[in-house]
Design a binder for this molecule. Sequence first.
Ligand code: HEM
Length: 493
Amino acid sequence: MRTDIDSFWIFALASKCRVFTQENIAWPLLIMGLAWIATTLIYWAYPGGPAWGKYKLKNTSFTISKPIPGPRGLPLIGAMRLMTSLAHHKIAAAAAACKARRLMAFSLGDTRVIVTCNPDVAKEILNSSVFADRPVKESAYSLMFNRAIGFAPYGVYWRTLRKIASTHLFCPKQIKTAASQRRRIASEMVSMFNGHEGSSFTVRGILKRASLNNMMCSVFGREYELDSCNSEVEELRALVDEGYDLLGTLNWTDHLPWLADFDPQKIRFRCSNLVPKVNRFVSRILAEHRAQAGKETPDFVDVLLSLQGHDKLSDSDMIAVLWEMIFRGTDTVAVLMEWILARMVLHAGVLSKVHDELDKVVGRSRAVAESDITAMVYLQAAVKEVLRLHPPGPLLSWARLAITDTTIDGYHVPKGTTAMVNMWAISRDPKSWEDPLEFMPERFVTKKGEPEFSVLGSDLRLAPFGSGRRTCPGKDIGLNYGDLLGCVTTSRV
Ligand code: HEM
C-alpha cells in the first residue's frame, strides 16, 4: 500500500532542483504580486473607481469618450460604503461633492453603476428601452424573483406576466371591487388605534399587518381580522420580513465574484432556508384553490390557475408571481401610510384642513367612502406631499440594467451598467421645489383650469412609482390605500 511517506520523494527531488528554490519562487511571486497591485491601482485611479477603470482599459473604444465623474472609493471594492444604510443620503452627498448631480459613476466591486439626482436625466434613463432590464442579485434568483414580474428579464415572459397582472389584479374594475375590503381594513385600523387610547403601542406593526391583510385578500382571497392573531398571517409576515431583509442587504458576492464560494454574509444559506418555506406556504394555497374551483368571485390565484395556452404558468412560476405580489404590496404601502400619519400628527394645520374638507365632502352623518376621495383635493395633495418628502422607495426600489451600449446625458454608458435614480434627492431639490424641506400640501392644490400634478411617472420631479416600461403596476392600489387611510384615520370616527 502507498503511504504518505512514499510520496516524499517528490519533495526530496524538488528540493534538489534549482528551479524550485525559495528564491526562485519568491521572485516571480513578488513580480506577479506587484503587477497585480499596480493593475488594481490603475483600475482604481479612473473616475468612478475600479469597475469603470477595468472597463476602460479593456475597451479601447471607450477611451475617446469623456469619463462620467464620480468617487473612486477603495481599490478592488470601490464605493461599497455608499450602498450601506441610508444609501440615498450618501449617494446625494457624494454626487454633490463630485459635482455630479446630473450623472455620477461609481463602482460596487466589479459592478459599474450610474446614478442621477436630476429629473431630466432620470427621464432619459427610465424611459429608455435600453434600461428596460433589471440587474438580478443572487438573493433575487435564489428567492425565485427572476420568474416574477419585478426581476424577470425584459422579454416575452415579462410581458405576459405584466399583461396577466394588469388585466386581473391592477385593472380599475378589480381595484374598485376591492374598495370594500380596503374600507373594512381601514376601519379595523381606526378601532385598533382607538382601543389603545392612553396606552403606548407600535403604529408600524398595525400598519404592516393591515397592509399584509389587504394583499392577502386581493391576491389569495383570504380575509383575516386585524385584531386577532392568526398563525397563517404570522407565518407569512415572518417570510416577508426575512425576504425583505435578504433582498435589501448589500450582498458582497454580487459584486466581488471571487467571494462567491464563501457566502460570507450567509445570504445564500438564509435564502436556501427561506425558499422551501415559501414554496410550502404558497403551494398549500394553490392546492386549496384547486380543490374549490369554480368560485363565484375568483381571486388572483383562481385567475392564474385558469390560464390556458401560451399564458399558462407552471406551479413554480405561479408561486414566484404570487409571492412577489404579497412581498411588493406589503411594506411599500405600510411605509406610505406611516408617513401620512406621522405628517398629520406633526402638522396640526394640515390635519384641520383635511377635517374641514371631510366635513364639506362627506359630512358627519355617514362614513367616508373611497368614491369621496375624488372630491377631496386637499387630502390628495397631502398624500402627494408625503410621497414627495418620503418616497417609500427612495432609490426607486430596484435598479435598471443597460441591455446595450448607450449614451446618457452625453456620456457613453456601456452595456451591463446598473442605473439608479435617486428620487429622494430629486424630490427635495430646490431647483425643482420651492422650500423643498417644508411640508406644504398647498403646492399640489391646483387652481381652476390648471392641470393637476401627476405622480404616476409623467413628471420626473416626483415619480415615486418609477416611470417607463417597468413603472410600478401596483401604483393605483398603493395610492387608493394611501388616500383612504389618510381620510379614515384622520376622520373623527
Ligand atoms: C405606495 C406603494 C408603492 C410604491 C411607492 C411602489 C414603488 C415601486 C417602484 C419605484 C418600482 C420600480 C419602478 C421602476 O423601475 O420604474 C416598483 C415596481 C413594482 N411594483 Fe410597486 N410600489 C408600490 C406598491 C405596489 C403594490 C401594491 C404592488 C403589487 C401588488 C406593486 C408591485 C410592483 C411590481 C410587480 C413591480 C415591478 C415592475 C416591473 O419590473 O415590471 N407595487 N414599485
